[in-house]
Design a protein around this ligand. Structure first.
Ligand code: NAP
Length: 256
């Protein structure tokens, strides 16, 4: 079923084939969307170009450090030139200095707090602002978040605070962009073993904890994030905006 046939999308946050962005991009592609990708820095260029090449040799792959306004502007200028318009935008980007993801939150430095919020939360505002003018037929903006935004997850620390800012930003953006038929939602994913996840101290323990305590007694699969991302991008979710949708084997409902 090609529920995203004719849709044009832009994906931020593929680092490798384990990336959540890659799982969602594959699902969007299988549902009929045509996609462009960005990567951060030369280090990832080849990797992302190789993955994106699976969608056709002419797949657009552009550099973008989301902390740089001029790079963001250039990405949307080039996507505008190539696609003419845009329907889907995936924000699957986060970063906090490693030392801020160990030990106690109280020791978070001003700089680590700033960087985590700049990369992981403000970037959604910047991308939505540049992307919205291309979404002339309406659109769906999707960001990845985590439960540490609302409850204390030891050692997730400043990333939890940045995810809270990301989720709140999604709500304010949903309000601003609603009249243009542009929806903004977050998927709150259970833990998935990716490059970024390995930067969180005790991540293996988190996986085990979910298996033991989530109602479904297992961890979420990347393809399940792809399927949820496809639903939120589709017309089936036309009346859903500003929401955080939990794709976490049910973990979020538990009180004990
Ligand atoms: P990932 O594969 O490492 O993806 C994170 C991406 O963010 C990488 O492509 C990374 O590029 C990019 N990034 C970091 N700083 C950037 C910058 N300044 N400009 C542009 N891109 C930048 O890990 P992931 O787990 O799939 O993470 C994707 C999203 O899902 C993140 O928002 C994460 O918080 C969220 N999430 C993950 C989990 C989980 O358990 N894995 C659970 C819930 C939510 P570099 O590699 O170059 O830094």
């Amino acid at each position: 079923m090609s529920i995203l046939a004719g849709k044009l999308g832009l994906v931020f946050g593929v680092a490798n084939k384990r990336s959540i962005a890659w799982a969602i991009a594959q699902a969007w592609h299988q549902a009929g969307a045509r996609l462009a990708f960005t990567y951060q820095g030369e280090r990832l260029k080849e990797n992302v170009a190789e993955l994106a090449g699976a969608f056709g040799e002419d797949t657009v792959v552009l550099p973008c450090d989301v902390t740089k306004d001029e790079e963001i502007a250039e990405v949307f200028r080039q996507v505008g030139e190539r696609f003419g318009k845009l329907h889907l935008l995936l924000h699957s980007v986060a970063f906090a200095p490693r030392e801020a993801l160990e030990g106690e939150f109280i020791h978070t430095s001003r700089e680590a707090f700033r960087v985590a919020h700049d990369v992981s939360a403000y970037s959604l505002v910047a991308l939505a602002r540049e992307g919205a003018p291309l979404m002339t037929e309406g659109g769906s903006i999707l960001a990845m978040t985590y439960y540490g935004a609302e409850k204390v997850v030891p050692r997730y620390n400043v990333m939890g605070v940045a995810k809270a800012a990301l989720e709140a930003s999604a709500r304010y953006l949903a309000y601003d962009l609603g009249p243009k038929k542009i929806r903004v939602n977050c998927i709150s994913a259970g833990p998935v073993n990716t490059l970024a996840a390995r930067g969180i101290a005790g991540f293996a323990e988190m996986l085990k904890h979910y298996e033991a305590h989530a109602p479904l007694k297992r961890n979420v699969l990347p393809e399940e994030l792809g399927a949820a991302g496809t639903f939120l991008a589709s017309d089936g979710a036309a009346a859903i905006t500003g929401q955080v949708i939990y794709v976490d084997s049910g973990y979020q409902i538990m009180g004990m």
